[in-house]
Design a protein around this ligand. Structure first.
Ligand code: ARG
Ligand code: ZN
Ligand code: CA
Length: 251
């Protein structure tokens, strides 16, 4: 079996209200979810329909709050900053002190996670590999972060960060962001569009009359309780980033 890679994580918390200054326990719960989901240790993977169960993958990636900051000093891996900003957009302003946020730590050595009050109902967003280091990482709405504290149903099981880390590790949406589009992964069935809520198996689209959509995949848009697997092909695509010449080999 392949060795597990552990990625150091820094969580940048931006808060305008006391409630948005989430607890260390809420942050720990998010790290735990990511560890479970990327190592196929999540209990709900057992819900995978038998047609897809053989494709559910251990991605072999672990996450740990950083113990050293970029200067080599001891850290909790958590930074907190009070802000007058009541709602943030998807324009990366939370990623720089000059625009009221907190700067990224060296993205060659850390996964940067910003937690803030994203406005407009946005749960989170991510930067794909190959972008600017200063904005590299993922952003998660405070109420969709972790699985305790202020996390709110139906996005209260930490799967928004699992999904966004999937993008950060080069995964596309499972429907390929087009009608019967291509997600560049061969073992995920072609599906017509995003699924929401909690569909019943099988849901057949795009002429796929056997098993239909893999709507329980983390890269769909279903509720947190209804997504519980990455596929083997997705795992290979993510792990390719850490091989020689890969975009995240420095981790
Ligand atoms: N809408 C977001 C994106 O496209 C995240 C969706 C997360 N879904 C969830 N069930 N938590 O990146
Ligand atoms: Zn997405
Ligand atoms: Ca596919």
């Amino acid at each position: 079996t392949a060795a597990t890679l552990t990625i150091p994580v820094v969580v940048h918390v931006l808060y305008n209200t006391t409630a948005q200054n989430i607890s260390d326990a809420q942050i720990a719960s998010q790290i735990a979810v990511m560890n479970e989901d990327f190592q196929k240790l999540n209990a709900d993977v057992s819900k995978t329909p038998s047609a897809f169960a053989g494709l559910a993958a251990n991605v072999n990636i672990a996450f740990a709050l950083a113990q050293r900051d970029p200067n080599g000093l001891a850290t909790t891996g958590i930074e907190r900053k009070s802000t007058t900003v009541t709602g943030w957009g998807t324009d990366d302003k939370m990623k720089s002190t000059t625009t009221g946020g907190l700067n990224a730590w060296n993205s060659g050595s850390y996964l940067n996670i910003w937690v803030c009050n994203l406005s407009g109902g946005i749960l989170g967003y991510a930067q794909f590999p190959g972008g600017a280091a200063s904005t590299d990482g993922i952003v998660i709405r405070t109420t969709a972060f972790g699985r305790n504290g202020s996390a709110a149903a139906p996005f209260n099981l930490g799967r928004t960060a699992t999904h966004e880390v999937g993008h950060w590790l080069n995964l596309r949406h499972i429907w390929g962001d087009a009608s019967c589009g291509n997600d560049l992964v061969s073992d995920t069935p072609t599906q017509q569009t995003s699924n929401t809520g909690c569909p019943a198996f099988p849901k057949r689209t795009c002429g796929n009359t056997t098993n239909g959509d893999m709507f329980m995949n983390f890269m769909d848009y279903t509720d947190d309780a209804c997504m519980y697997m990455f596929s083997t092909g997705q795992s290979s695509r993510m792990n390719a980033l850490f091989a020689t010449g890969g975009a995240r080999v420095s981790l």
